[in-house]
Write a protein that binds this ligand. Structure first.
Ligand code: BGC
Length: 418
């Protein structure tokens, strides 16, 4: 794609022609009924605020949800494939489930919407978790077999592959903090899992390219902006360590195996040190004295920081020298209120994206997280991330005002600013 420098008109920020506007979801968070996944088990053990159950029932309602996508007028949809659904038993693929995904992808193609498919968004089949787990040596091969199958069966309908979504998040939570499956607090297993995910990604990258030489394959990074306060050198080093942990630890192991960089940017992580708080409590973002400053007005206490989006894009562009897709960006709100915060958030963050593009950063597309309210992992259904509100009793969909604001942005390829 040719990136033209975007120009500003009074009160309007224009984006380059061909800029890919999208929205993102993940399989487990919206599909419902993923009873063969390890998260399902985790929920049953009472380790998350809600059980996912039928979730948004996207699995059965995809056509009417895609109808809303068409109304939104976006050019791309990021969705996931649930590994446990297509391979419910080791080595036995469920052809019916694969055909169902085929119908989903075909429906998107029919609507002229590009498909960005995540192969692993934090959930694994229960059999995989029991027999292998990412810390075990053979886990990479088992994942590659699944990725290969999906490419053979559905590759013709996939425009962009995301092998793993933000792997450092579930690895940290699942192998160091113990709050995600498999629930370990074991640095040795953690390192093994990081190496195995890197290996699985590299091999998957190669396999997909053997089958589909022109495929676009990458991973996404949770690329929030970190800053620190007080304690000078110590906190600065912690700050750097956070950056290294989130991006470089895995990123350095998969250099040369990414066709683009997927950036998920949400917020500012302002690191503080509090010696009175020496516990490990990842739910409340407390790591042996190090905590993250909170915005009390936000339902998940997240600090919105649009400037960070600009900083992250500049940094990632220098570091990776690859085209960038913003694969997720969004903010949690409370039920029924705060949608104005979402609109403000979108516009302010897009202003930062446009600023980076004008300074030469090769950003090809932007996905808002999320199309609809969905299961927010440990926090269940309380935080609302959607342009579309879901009534979980009736599963009725109700587009919010932000839906129409974002639709306007997609259609005009521009953002109105005050
Ligand atoms: C994850 C999503 C999650 C979102 C909001 C992202 O880092 O990819 O699965 O819902 O953050 O927390």
């Amino acid at each position: 794609m040719e990136i033209n420098k975007s120009e500003n008109r009074k009160n309007k920020l224009l984006f380059p022609s061909g800029f890919l506007w999208g929205v993102a979801t993940s399989a487990y968070q919206v599909e419902g009924g993923n009873s063969n996944s390890d998260w399902w088990q985790w929920e049953k053990e009472g380790k998350a605020d809600n059980e996912s159950g039928i979730a948004c029932d996207y699995w059965n309602r995809y056509e009417s949800d895609h109808e809303l996508l068409s109304e939104l007028g976006c050019g791309a949809f990021r969705l996931g494939i649930e590994w446990a659904r297509v391979e419910p038993e080791e080595g036995k693929f469920d052809q019916e489930a694969i055909e169902h995904y085929r119908a989903i992808l075909q429906d998107l193609k029919k609507r002229n919407i590009k498909t960005q498919v995540t192969l692993w968004h934090w959930t694994s089949p229960s059999w995989f978790q029991e027999k292998y787990g990412l810390h075990k040596k053979d886990s990479a091969e088992v994942f590659v077999r699944y990725a290969e199958k999906i490419t053979q069966e559905l590759g013709d309908l996939i425009d962009m592959y995301i092998t793993f979504n933000e792997p450092m998040v579930p690895l940290g939570q699942g192998f160091l903090a113990g709050s995600f499956p498999p629930g370990f607090m074991n640095p040795y297993k953690f390192i093994c899992a990081v190496n195995n995910i890197a290996k699985a990604h590299r091999k998957t990258y190669e396999r997909i390219h053997q089958i589909k030489p022109d495929a676009q394959v990458g991973i996404t990074y949770l690329y929030n902006w970190y800053e620190s306060e007080g304690f000078g050198i110590l906190l600065n080093s912690i700050n750097r360590l956070a950056q290294w942990y989130r991006i470089d630890l895995l990123g350095n192991k998969i250099r040369g195996f990414q066709d683009y960089i997927g950036i998920d940017y949400y917020r500012l992580g302002k690191i503080k040190f509090d010696w009175r708080n020496m516990k490990m409590d990842s739910r409340n973002q407390t790591y042996f004295g190090f905590t993250i400053e909170e915005d009390k007005n936000n339902v998940m206490k997240w600090i919105s920081y649009p400037e960070g989006m600009y900083k992250v894009l500049k940094q990632a562009s220098k570091k990776f020298k690859l085209p960038i897709y913003i694969t997720e960006n969004g903010t949690p709100t409370r039920a029924g209120i705060d949608d104005d915060d979402r609109i403000k958030y979108i516009k302010e963050h897009l202003a930062s994206v446009q600023r980076a593009i004008n300074e030469g950063v090769d950003v090809r597309g932007y996905n808002f997280w999320s199309l609809m309210d969905n299961l927010e992992w440990l926090y269940g259904y309380e935080p609302k991330f959607g342009l579309i509100e879901i009534d979980y009793k009736t599963l009725e969909r109700k587009p919010r005002r932000s839906f129409y604001e974002y639709a306007k942005i997609c259609k005009e390829n521009a953002v109105d600013i005050e």
